[in-house]
Ligand binder design. Sequence first.
Ligand code: CIR
Length: 265
Amino acid sequence: MPMPLGPPRLAIVRALAPSYASCLREHASEIDVARARSQHAAYVAALVEAGVTVEHAPALPDQPDGVFVEDVAVVVDRVAVRTRPGAPSRRPEGASIAPLLAHHRTLHAMRAPATLDGGDVLRIGDVLLVGRSRRTNAEGIARLAEVVAADGLRCIAVEVRAGLHLKSLCTLAAPDLVLAIPDAFDPRPVIDLGVRVQPVPEPAGANVLALGERVLVSAAAPQTAAILRAHGLAPVVLELSEIHAGDGALTCMSLRLAAPGTWCA
Ligand code: CIR
């Protein structure tokens, strides 16, 4: 009997740094830090509203990308791995999260030359689809596979040809439903798992965060919200303009831990 998908029991988040306007990003867009902070606060409130317990990692004022905690670890059922992020400037971020994770899971390390960002890891049941991207290399995927084997999970590598991370291109909305930017990646591994791949018309719609029936979705993706409704899900729309300006989205602002006997997105 496979484990069911559930809402996360716990989410680790980190306050948005005053230095956020210096975060890594593809295009030198302007960032309004005060606005980013209120968008982050609304995100945390939406997690709490959905019944998720929120734990705050120590603030890192001098790490502009520190709010994107998803990238610094991969957490599964009994084990977790602190990643070695692909961007060197982001490698110090994980140290302050490690003790929090070690409290809940057996925590493993990842060493050079391996690199991996958690944004490249999409869990579907017992499988982790892992994007080979600008941030995640083959050694990182191999190390992740070694760690998660302890929980009976396997990894399948997927090429990320465009975009930052695999989860910039596709995320899980329900146990049998992945939303994806059309033609952005090879959907066969997802389809082979018996999961439908639903194309979304807006790039910002590809990254949603499933919290049970509720699914967080960006205000920049109104058509995606309508698609979620059509699938019987309850979209919770969040304004994320300043988070998107930092190349971030919904999944990247938390590290989620499932309740025992379930897995989570
Ligand atoms: C970066 O380039 O690393 C950050 N500015 C954005 C990271 C977003 N992370 C994610 O989607 N998992």
